[in-house]
Design a protein around this ligand. Sequence first.
Ligand code: FES
Length: 91
Amino acid sequence: MSQPIRITLDGDEIEVAPDLPLTSILMERAPGWRESPRLQARRGMFCGMGLCFECVVEVDGQWTRACMERSRSGMEIRTADQRRSAGGGHV
Ligand code: FES
C-alpha cells in the first residue's frame, strides 16, 4: 500500500491515499459537499464522468469537477459547503 499524502479540505489538513478519486474523499469527509437546496438532503454524485458539472469544487483556486480529479500531495480543496458557512452565499 502506498504512503498517505496530506491535502487540505475546507481548511483542515487531512491524510488520504494518493491518486484517490476526489469524489470518494468528499463523500466520506465532507458530507455537506452536495446537498439538495430544495430538500436540504445530502446527494451523491450524479454522472460521475465529467458531464453534469454537479460535483464542481475549488481545487488550488480553480473550479474543477471532483469526479475528474484525483488526490495529490498538497492540494487544497474547498467545497460549496465551506463557502456557504463562511458567508459566501449559495453556489
Ligand atoms: S458528477 Fe457529473 S461532472 Fe462530476
